[in-house]
Design a protein around this ligand. Sequence first.
Ligand code: ATP
Length: 268
Amino acid sequence: MAIQAAPEEVQVATKPLLQVQGLTMSYGVGDSENKILNDLNLEVDDGEFVSIVGPSGVGKTTLLRCLSGLIQPRSGTVSVGGEVINGPHRDLAVVFQDYSRSLMPWMTTLENVAFPLQGRGVGKKERNETAEKNLAAVGLAGQGHKYPWEMSGGMQQRVAIARALAYNAKVLLMDEPFASVDAQTRFDLEDLVIDLQSTLGVTIILVTHDIDEALYLADKVIVLAEKPATVVDVIETGFGDHRDQVETKADPRFVEARARILHRLRDH
Ligand SMILES: Nc1ncnc2c1ncn2[C@@H]1O[C@H](COP(=O)(O)OP(=O)(O)OP(=O)(O)O)[C@@H](O)[C@H]1O
């Protein structure tokens, strides 16, 4: 009897969802040119959580602004789903650090979350339903009638996250989103974002100067250093889906990765 050979496994290469190629960015021109980012190359897969860390002033926010299409790089490209972006894009939503300036105080929470959908031509009933659903997803079910100034800082940042989610973007870009809240609220918001990412499968890129936060949240940590900034290390965390504020941070892999990042930053 002839023995049949097992069919060879076919490896299908999947393309990254977000790709940065040769990105260079400066502020100013001529003699006053200040080069911030130098020839950055990054890849982020669909559903991945990527943290970007680096010292203050290295250019983290500048990079995130380039990724969101809010500013144009001097050279290089950012593409999402293979499409090169040259301005704000429907697949990219941003959550900023300063929730008090990003929410509109004269609108209720529900109106704040629903508002951006108006620009997409979504009808009022669907806008409100989407806003309710996303407020519930961030633990604010039934709170839509409140104004932002009636809520705590942590609750306002949840509203800002709900608004970004309501956009139904593929990639959530977060710039130091938890830097303005107290330590316990920060942990709660970190765990909320982990839950959202695993339930909704959204891809997240988070900028932070907090190394523990970067490691705790991410599948991959990108370390920026030098002037102009370049990628000096990329660390795959390998912690899996389950994270715990105490256990994960005591995991030897966490401790080792933290030391590695600190060394990288000290050596540059
Ligand atoms: N609009 C701008 N015009 C000119 N220079 C700018 C502008 N925005 C930022 N810079 C400069 O670019 C450099 C990088 O700033 P950026 O905010 O990107 O760094 P960062 O790593 O996010 O810093 P931090 O961690 O302190 O928020 C800084 O020297 C800053 O002064």
